[in-house]
Design a protein around this ligand. Structure first.
Ligand SMILES: Cc1ncc(COP(=O)(O)O)c(C=O)c1O
Length: 447
């Protein structure tokens, strides 16, 4: 293996230079974009063009839940594309029908009818429209520390600063405080009562409350057990629907099928993507309960896409769900997740710059701090939309220099490996993160 090239000072190859010149990097100042070419991936690892191998500790973008070599899913895609690469949404395929039924089985409660799209963003767009069509009301309450997608509706309900450049966005979106015990002035259960008051003061105009059951890209925020049940009660008491955005938390990530299962909550609408196909195909899904489904028997379901229920995407998803089930990957995520949590706690003991550790299953966050008593973050919310790198970026880059890919968002390292990761691979990953955390320890305030 050649000497590992530092992520901090990379030397791009021809493909990487061409890509940088002709393709937009997402959510970035283009002068700072430096794509790394991946040439191979296997299990929980991937290899870059310079021959370096990495453990994928964030499942790429928290989506490759099955790892990078799920044969059954690959075969299903190949078989479908050979048979029929595409059918219009007014036709169907065996996989689409079976997947609809399967999703009704694995999702909680009475969720039963699905609209298919091609991304998490589109799944959220559909959820917003469905909630408005059904209730006849317009407003959507979501929270500040959230991400729900990139298009106008979904970015308008997003709380994180990536929303700001697209404002004013769609009308009728309201932001609420978050259950963020480490970084917010409100206690999580106070924040939920605040939402109760918001609904009271808005009168009967709120169609839905939209939340990630466990906040993902805004820092892996796990609410107290009573939070989500209370939020459901508050929504329903005020005639609003509960939408759970399970795009990141779905399909075993938390050690349960869905994030809302961790809290025994049954939403009225649920959105899914990412783990829905294990990222083998782009697919989004919005599932609704039978009462909402029934509403559209006599009212137009005024929504659709050319690729709604794309044959290869639904075939991949059906095979992905069969893989989760037959390989017991949900239970596995829970067990291996306990091990991961213990290893992360050991790092927290050792490194003073670890301010907080949070998470369940294989969905874990390490929040960094310059000053533990004052809880001063290294990365601020505005850094998400500013040029330059933070200490948190440097910690990730150092982990990468040591063979481990770990995503970071604002002030938190996101540890969310494939559900297939082994304990040995977790050990190797933790060793690299251990070295990387010396960077933040060294950068702590001394006063
Ligand atoms: C909770 C949540 N909702 C929606 C989205 C948007 O999904 P996509 O990027 O597939 O459009 C994301 C993406 O990270 C997400 O984490």
């Amino acid at each position: 293996m050649p000497e590992r090239e530092s992520q901090i000072e990379s030397n791009p190859n021809e493909i990487e230079r061409t890509d940088k010149e002709y393709v937009f990097g997402t959510w970035s100042y283009q002068k700072e974009v430096s794509p790394t070419q991946i040439v191979d991936a296997d299990g929980s690892r991937f290899t870059t063009a310079d021959g370096n191998e990495y453990i994928d500790c964030s499942s790429q973008l928290m989506c490759s839940n099955l790892g990078h070599s799920a044969e059954r899913v690959v075969d299903a895609i190949e078989e479908q594309v050979q048979k029929t690469a595409y059918v219009a949404p007014n036709y169907t395929t065996e996989s689409r029908a079976k997947l609809g039924k399967k999703l009704a089985e694995v999702t909680p409660g009475d969720l039963s009818k699905t609209f298919f799209s091609t991304s998490g963003t589109e799944a959220v767009e559909a959820a917003i429209k469905i909630a408005r069509f059904y209730t006849g009301k317009q407003k959507i309450i979501s929270r500040y520390r959230s991400y729900h997608g990139a298009t106008y509706g979904s970015i308008s309900v997003t709380g994180d600063p990536r929303r700001l450049a697209s404002e004013p966005g769609i009308p009728g979106t309201i932001k609420a405080p978050d259950p963020y015990a480490y970084g917010s002035t409100l206690d999580p259960m106070e924040s939920v009562e605040y939402i109760d008051e918001m609904l009271e003061l808005e009168g009967d105009t709120v169609a839905a409350i939209l939340v990630e059951p466990i906040v993902g890209s805004n820092g892996i925020l796990v609410p107290p057990n009573e939070y989500l049940p209370r939020l459901t009660e508050i929504a329903h008491d005020h005639g609003a629907l509960l939408i759970c955005d399970e795009v990141m938390t779905g399909f075993g990530r938390t050690g349960e099928w869905f994030g809302c299962d961790v809290f025994d909550v049954e939403p009225d609408i649920m959105t899914m993507a990412k783990g829905l196909t294990g990222a083998y195909q782009p697919l989004g899904a919005t599932i609704v309960n039978s009462e909402l489904a029934e509403h559209f028997e006599e009212n137009m379901f005024c929504h659709g896409h050319t690729y709604a229920g794309h044959p290869t995407a639904v075939a991949a998803s059906l095979a992905a769900i069969e893989t989760y089930q037959e390989e017991n990957l949900i239970e596995r995520a829970s067990e291996v997740g306990e091990y991961l949590g213990d290893r992360i706690d050991e790092l927290a003991e050792k490194h003073p710059s670890v301010g907080d550790t949070r998470g369940v299953g294989l969905f874990r966050g390490i929040e960094l701090t310059k000053h533990p008593e004052m809880r001063v973050p290294f990365g601020e919310r505005d850094d998400k939309i500013s040029a330059g790198t933070t200490i948190v970026d440097e910690v990730s880059a150092t982990a990468s220099d040591n063979g481990v890919y770990v995503a970071n968002m604002i002030n938190t390292l996101i540890i969310a490996p494939p559900l297939t990761i082994t304990e040995n691979e977790i050990d190797t990953a933790m060793e690299a993160i251990d070295v990387a955390l010396d960077v933040s320890d060294d950068a702590m305030s001394t006063d």
